[in-house]
Design a binder for this molecule. Structure first.
Ligand SMILES: Nc1ncnc2c1ncn2[C@@H]1O[C@H](COP(=O)(O)OP(=O)(O)OP(=O)(O)O)[C@@H](O)[C@H]1O
Length: 279
């Protein structure tokens, strides 16, 4: 098993990334944004990806969602249950439809993927509205909700579709610190109940260690996966207990030792780019 392989620990690989590169623009002279990337993600694994800004994290996630394609290499995703959608994506900015009510927004994913099954689906939507604290707001429209509530609604909608893989791109980055802490706890609890495969991009090392079974670190651009750290903290994870554990501090500081170097390199790259533009 390679260091960037989570499959052997958790069963066979759900996502297999082989020698993936992404070049924007001309294939030979364009901008190499990503790669080569090798990664194996196990079924039911909660994988966090950290890396400097601009290293290609979102590009990789978009490929998992089928919104972008590798320039070279391959991504194989095993679809185990054809009655469930393969993926659902949650973005940094809440993506709710302003003209729909909270419950219509939460039901949207199930309807859009043609998985609406009447009463059973209605109960499922209510369940996730309850879990995310939105049930009593179900007849409200998004403009009556706070930013945190809208993001909870995005999460309720994604979980309601029961996807095999949840793709989350810095989902809590736009929230204030207190709401972020609450949402991390709520996501940890929801995931511990449902255990779908999750790919979670974040800039927060504490968030990655709190939530993930494993954290992988990407290099500065072009992004490669340079380190994989298994997070052996007990579950269920209660945010305040976990943060007090010495292992929590050890994991976050070990990750920063690696990531800090890459962030410095990303800064140097940025300075060189600005200098070239000024010449
Ligand atoms: N469609 C595109 N055309 C050209 N360049 C692109 C395109 N999409 C992304 N890029 C570039 O590819 C690089 C990686 O972008 P990406 O958004 O994947 O990085 P990231 O690691 O998610 O960044 P951040 O942490 O700041 O969100 C960036 O330099 C970005 O400008």
């Amino acid at each position: 098993m390679s260091a960037l392989d989570g499959a052997s620990d958790h069963g066979p690989g759900k996502i297999e990334v082989k020698d993936v590169r992404r070049v924007f623009g001309h294939p030979a002279k364009g901008f190499i944004a990503l790669g080569p990337v090798e990664l194996s993600v196990a079924s039911g694994e909660f994988l966090c990806i950290v890396g400097p800004s601009g290293c290609g994290k979102s590009t990789l996630l978009r490929m998992f969602a089928g919104l972008d394609c590798p320039s070279t290499g391959s991504i194989a995703i095993r679809h185990d249950d054809t009655t469930r959608p393969m993926t659902a994506m949650i973005f940094q900015q809440e993506s709710v439809f302003p003209w729909l009510t909270v419950e219509e927004n939460a039901a949207y994913g199930l309807k859009a993927t043609r998985n609406w099954k009447g009463q059973e689906s209605r109960e499922r939507v209510d369940y996730f509205l309850e879990k995310t604290g939105l049930y009593s707001f179900r007849k409200f429209r998004p403009d009556q909700l706070s930013g945190g509530m809208k993001q909870r609604l995005s999460i309720a909608r994604a979980f309601a579709t029961n996807p095999e893989i949840l793709l989350m791109d810095e989902p809590f980055a736009a929230l204030d610190e207190q709401n972020k802490l609450l949402m991390q706890q709520e996501l940890a609890s929801l995931w511990e109940e449902f255990r779908s495969t999750v790919i979670f991009i974040t800039h927060g090392l504490d968030e990655a260690v709190l939530l993930g079974d494993r954290v992988v670190v990407m290099s500065s651009a072009p992004g490669r996966l340079i380190h994989s750290m298994q997070i052996d903290l007990p579950r269920p994870r209660h945010s305040s207990d976990i943060r007090r554990m010495p292992e929590f501090t050890r994991y976050t500081s070990e990750l920063w030792d690696i990531l800090g170097q890459e962030v410095l390199e990303a800064r140097r790259q940025e300075a060189r780019r600005i200098q070239r533009q000024g010449q």
